[in-house]
Design a protein around this ligand. Sequence first.
Ligand code: ADP
Ligand code: MG
Length: 230
Amino acid sequence: MRIELEGVEKEYRSGGQALPVLQGVDLVVEEESVISILGPSGSGKTTLLGIMAGLDRPTRGTVRIGDTDLTALTEDGRAGFRAAHVGFVFQTFHLLPSLTALENVQVPLELSPEGGALAAREIRERARALLARVGLEERTHHYPSQLSGGEQQRVALARAFVTRPGVLFADEPTGNLDRETGAKIIALLEELNRDARTTLVLVTHDLSLAERTDRVLHIEGGRVREEVRR
Ligand code: ADP
Ligand code: MG
């Protein structure tokens, strides 16, 4: 799906003070493209991703994904939209500790409109196939605490793709992993993404990871600047 931001501003309020974080972001991410966003800590990367994904609302401006204006939806409306169309991968994995790897992957599908029409067995089979795809067929009944960081992030990748989302957001997905494990996670993310033809927005600190994507954007002073290459 295509993503379009127009005049997006975000300010946080704390103690009566307004903290401007995004100060006019205009951006189009074409359908099926892969972009990365770079910027120092505190520059607003997570804020921008949350707004693009419909987790949070901008203070001003509009966000569209496909034909839907997320900024015109209620909070429940956005939650429904996310369940149907949005995948997310976090730096700290965010797996549910009381569920097994397989159950963690099943959850978003169970909660999606599509999953409502599937039998439990079909949901389990799709989750199992994705876990096999990320190399964890031997770990389906492990709990997150029994998995390494890299394995937990593999589960999170399977979970992000299980609903076949139109857009996927990854917020520093290698930030808690060593370099080698991180590189494997990115390779896997790229591979899954190529097959699923998802629009992917990747936030990273790592320039070498960013340079593998179609476009590189930098957040600076609350705005987005595109890196022009070659
Ligand atoms: P990044 O992901 O680039 O490190 P963030 O988007 O997390 O940056 O944060 C950008 C700025 O907004 C930071 O100064 C942070 O302290 C502030 N901020 C983030 N979330 C909130 C919030 N919920 N309330 C108040 N300030 C926030
Ligand atoms: Mg962040």
